[in-house]
Design a protein around this ligand. Structure first.
Ligand code: ARG
Ligand code: GLU
Length: 722
């Protein structure tokens, strides 16, 4: 049948109008008005793009911060009170914890500003503005350049732009690529350096359900902690000082007591770290069918060993709390991700799409010239990458899992500085001081029996799974002298090495002379790490970098081509740790046949999960008392229950932890902290049926602070909207 073209176009238009909103997309705040505002308002948003992001007036973006190295936080009072997740504040809370003051277990509440605890090294960064600098960045770039020439030109242009900006600004600037390097933005930021801990619930609230419930819905975690930004007397960011004062923000979020109903509009504003939505099928296969299963196995081994030693030893439990949480988190994520990709047949769908794409490429001379060979190029490079990428995965998940071996990598520079004719004393001293600090940090959370056992296992897995080509010399010794007994070999190196002994290492550092490097070089632990490093340098680093240069260049062209192939489609750029907006609505989902998950959980569910014998499900008496008396105050829902968490269809990723969930009127209704397991593949492929973000209901937070902890004075500081 021949269809009149314009009728066809009209039909398409109608269909696309009718398509229900899918929740997919992490949008650039600066482009919201152009790309999203209309849709957001149709979905119920009562405000405008300008209320979210404005450079002339105060807007929501003035209250959103990149917290630490990987989370989001938002300002909720005019005195710089900062809300983020418990798991984002976890490291800081742990640092202040000891057996005597176990804030991790018992929670912490500063009863006044004087009691708030400083956290050296912790920062929070505000985005002041973003600017499209694509044309400046591409100035001088042309198609005849090699990839290396092109990259150099871009880097030079970027540096010039940054210098130009920073020379007359109090702020910092950086340039970030978007759309796989087809667009560039300058991101202008201000970083606060005095961030103090104000409050944290006990872990059986902040981490309720622990790793068992992690990445899962229905969820009952009160995953929050409170910090405060301090600045110098002049109101500007400053290093910690007792005289610093609370920061007065340009904007802070009002907090709604109304909660959210099913189908209500929601907006999440934060810092998603990394997504890879436009990968070819070959890459998805490599990640989900080869990389993930290997990493999952290696992490499982470590977790079993951590658990074995921490179960009946509170000191070890505290030491390994952060490590355990970190390893367990992505262990579980990868399982969910690989399963999700399979369930939605994402690889097959990508393959179909690639066929359609090839057809389009072959449809004209222009497209053939411009975009020919992309898919076959990917296929070729990814097949070359496979063995290298497996070895590289083993470097990060196996070699780096051996703690003293990883720690000994840190001594490379000192050895280099010492092993020269005329050692530079000043440089050496500086390095020694750095190593002293690293040593204190390392041993604070180190437990040798765990590391010994992990090391034996990691040596074994490497030997079993990695091609001989990438095996260091010492494996010969293991297999000959130790007859392949990795435990004996691990015992031997731990016995001979000084790297597992804080006193010996400190003694060496305290009296360091350049010739001491010889002792380090001979140390069996250092020898092992050095041999691994040589393999990395000689066999992995360069070939991998070269392949990625080619892959990145194809990925850039592939992105551009897709945008030309579907000119009517709105594309969003992959997450890259820049500030993004996602929007959706409160909605449940069906994870499998015959099952539907409602969008809310309540305190009732905490009591159903309660089990005093299981660490993850202990409920404190105080919380039970409030539950028994139904003492929820103004924090109860209209239905009389106390809501704890909810799910919504906002596209989020790692880094969105701690992001505010905002309602149609711009009030805070939730704190994002996770995704549901069935949807964890959304970093690679999004399925609107099951991809949901999980947030704590903001009323549960207020309830815990006020009713549970008796820290109502903090609530007084906030603007509650009835
Ligand atoms: N899955 C969440 C995220 O990716 C929470 C992680 C912390 N919680 C935990 N039980 N390990 O960060
Ligand atoms: N918990 C994650 C984080 O720390 C957010 C959950 C996700 O990956 O969506 O960033």
């Amino acid at each position: 049948m021949k269809l009149n073209k314009s009728i066809f176009a009209l039909a398409l238009l109608i269909i696309s109008r009718l398509t229900v909103f899918a929740g997919e997309g992490m949008w650039i705040p600066m482009l919201l008005q152009e790309l999203n505002e209309k849709e957001m308002q149709e979905m119920g948003f009562k405000l405008s793009a300008e209320d979210v992001y404005s450079i002339n007036n105060s807007s929501m973006k003035d209250a959103i911060l990149l917290f630490g190295r990987g989370c989001t936080a938002e300002i909720i009072s005019k005195e710089g009170l900062l809300l983020t997740n418990h798991h984002c504040g976890f490291g800081s809370i742990q640092k202040h914890s000891s057996i005597e003051h176990d804030y991790l277990t018992d929670g912490f509440w500063a009863m006044n500003k004087k009691e708030e605890l400083p956290n050296p090294g912790l920062t929070a960064t505000l985005m002041i503005e973003m600017r499209d600098v694509t044309s400046e960045i591409f100035n001088g770039v042309n198609d005849k350049m090699t990839e290396a020439e092109r990259n150099t030109m871009i880097k030079d242009n970027a540096n010039a732009l940054i210098l130009g900006f920073e020379k007359d600004s109090p702020y910092k600037a950086k340039i970030m690529p978007f759309y796989e390097g087809n667009q560039y933005y300058m991101i202008i930021t201000e970083t606060f350096k005095d961030i103090r801990l104000v409050g944290a619930p006990p872990s059986n609230i902040g981490k309720f359900g622990g790793d068992t419930d992690n990445w899962m819905w229905p969820r009952h975690t009160g995953d929050f902690s409170l910090f405060r930004i301090y600045v110098g007397k002049d109101g500007k960011p400053a290093e910690y000082s007792e005289d610093n004062i609370p920061y007065t923000p340009k904007y802070h979020f009002p907090i709604s007591l109304k909660g959210a109903k099913k189908d209500d509009f929601t907006l999440v504003f934060g810092y998603p770290a990394r997504t890879e939505e436009y990968l070819p099928s070959f890459a998805v296969e490599l990640i989900t069918e080869i990389g993930n299963p290997q990493k999952i196995k290696l992490r499982e081994t470590r977790l079993d060993i951590f658990t074995k030693y921490s179960d009946n030893n509170p000191e070890v439990r505290i030491k390994y709390a952060t490590k355990h949480a970190r390893v367990a988190n992505y262990w579980k994520k990868m399982i969910g991700e690989s399963a999700g990709i399979k369930r939605m047949s994402a690889i097959e769908k990508k393959k179909d799409y690639e066929k359609k794409f090839e057809k389009w490429v072959n449809s004209s001379d222009y497209t053939k010239n411009e975009f020919g060979g992309i898919i076959s190029g990917f296929e070729n490079y990814y097949s070359q990458l496979e063995p290298l990428s497996l070895a590289l995965d083993y470097f990060s998940e196996d070699v780096m899992a051996m703690e003293v071996i990883k720690y000994s990598f840190g001594f490379r520079k000192l050895i280099e500085l010492s092993n020269v004719k005329k050692p530079d004393e000043e440089l050496i001293n500086r390095e020694v001081e750095k190593l002293k600090r690293a040593t204190a940090t390392f041993f604070k959370d180190y437990y040798k029996p765990i590391d010994k056992e992990v090391t034996a296992k990691m040596l074994m897995y490497y030997d079993e799974n990695i091609d001989d080509l990438y095996k260091p010399e010492f494996y010969k010794e293991i297999n000959k002298k130790y007859k392949g007994n990795y435990v004996d070999y691990a015992n031997h190196i731990f016995e001979k090495s000084i790297f597992d002994d804080q006193n010996e290492i400190e003694e060496l550092l305290n009296n360091y002379k350049p010739r001491d490097y010889k002792k380090l070089v001979k140390d069996p632990v250092y020898k092992i790490s050095n041999e691994y490093y040589d393999i990395y340098l000689s066999k992995l680093k360069t070939p991998i970098a070269n392949l990625y240069t080619k892959i990145d260049s194809l990925q850039r062209k592939y992105m551009k081509a897709q945008m030309e192939m579907e000119p009517g489609k709105r594309f969003y750029p992959n997450a890259n740790f820049s500030l993004r907006v996602s929007y959706g609505k409160v909605e449940g989902y069906s994870p499998k046949d015959a099952v539907y998950y409602k969008p809310f959980t309540t305190l009732e569910g905490i009591m159903q999960k309660e089990n005093p014998d299981i660490y993850d499900y202990v409920v404190e008496d105080r919380l039970k008392e409030l539950y028994n008396n139904k003492d929820y105050g103004k924090y109860a829902d209209k239905d009389g229950s106390l809501h704890v968490a909810f799910v919504a269809s906002n596209h989020t990723s790692g880094g969105n932890s701690g992001s505010p969930v905002i309602d149609a009127n711009g009030n805070l209704i939730g704190l994002n902290f996770d995704r549901c397991w069935e949807g964890t593949m959304s970093d690679i492929a999004y399925d609107p049926n099951v991809c949901r973000n999980i947030s704590m209901d903001i009323r549960y937070f207020l309830f815990i602070v006020d009713k549970f902890a008796g820290a109502g004075y903090l609530v007084d500081e906030m603007d509650l909207v009835e």
